[in-house]
Ligand binder design. Sequence first.
Ligand SMILES: CCCCCCCCCCCCCC(=O)SCCNC(=O)CCNC(=O)[C@H](O)C(C)(C)COP(=O)(O)OP(=O)(O)OC[C@H]1O[C@@H](n2cnc3c(N)ncnc32)[C@H](O)[C@@H]1OP(=O)(O)O
Length: 228
Amino acid sequence: MLEDLHNPFLPLDERTPATPLWEAKRELAQAVRDYTEALMTSAATPKQMADMSQWLREATAQLEQSPRIYGRNGYTEAGEGTFGEVFQEVGPLCGHSNPIAPPLEMWAEGDTAYARVNMGWRYEGPPGCVHGGFVAALFDEFLGMAQFMGGHPGMTGTLSIKYRRPTPLNVPLELSAWIERSEGRKTFVKGKLEANGVVTAECEGIFIRPTQPVTELRDAVMKEQPEG
Ligand SMILES: CCCCCCCCCCCCCC(=O)SCCNC(=O)CCNC(=O)[C@H](O)C(C)(C)COP(=O)(O)OP(=O)(O)OC[C@H]1O[C@@H](n2cnc3c(N)ncnc32)[C@H](O)[C@@H]1OP(=O)(O)O
């Protein structure tokens, strides 16, 4: 059951894309990442920027005209991997095929989960430092993965973060997390974020196992939305 859901901690060299679609998407996503990172620091002329906007719009139109698959469930239904394999590709922080993901690289040793990431200029909050919202997002996704080690994963109920020091951009960041305890449907997970050996933030997450299967979440959420 858990394997079907997700194994986020496969060794890095075993984490090959599940299908050729993901292999191609990973490469394209990295190209988009590099492009947006270059855009953040570029002082090209307005004419160069206008030409690039035009060229990008044309590339976007090509993608829009291709066959489309929407969302995590859509990809699994289309045979593009298990729930876990698809999450590994599309996760907004860890997804190799998602250009907004830095991406976060995760692994586990014993009862502790580890991750490494480098946050570039796209994530700047205070000058030279990672935006606090992205620090929270890193913790949410990473602690969300660490709770899988307990075997009863759930949705984030509460995330409490202590921002101890500014987190620098453009340096390797190290995250670690472990399960403190479980109570009924709740899993309590703790984690920390370090830069150059200094703890910059600590987090405690309470994850609550929903009563319905996670694969039914999309339909349940859609039903809750008002008509119109
Ligand atoms: C199988 C599932 C796998 C999921 C995998 C996801 C994979 C992706 C991972 C991605 C990673 C990214 C992750 C994301 O981005 S997850 C996205 C962000 N999170 C959400 O959208 C969650 C939205 N909230 C909900 O869906 C419900 O409120 C949940 C499911 C959380 C609880 O609603 P439910 O109706 O089920 O709860 P209950 O009333 O029966 O209470 C049950 C127990 O829980 C306690 N409690 C309740 N609420 C909270 C709270 N907020 N903090 C602390 N504790 C809370 C409560 O006191 C009670 O305790 P006790 O009295 O028994 O001691």
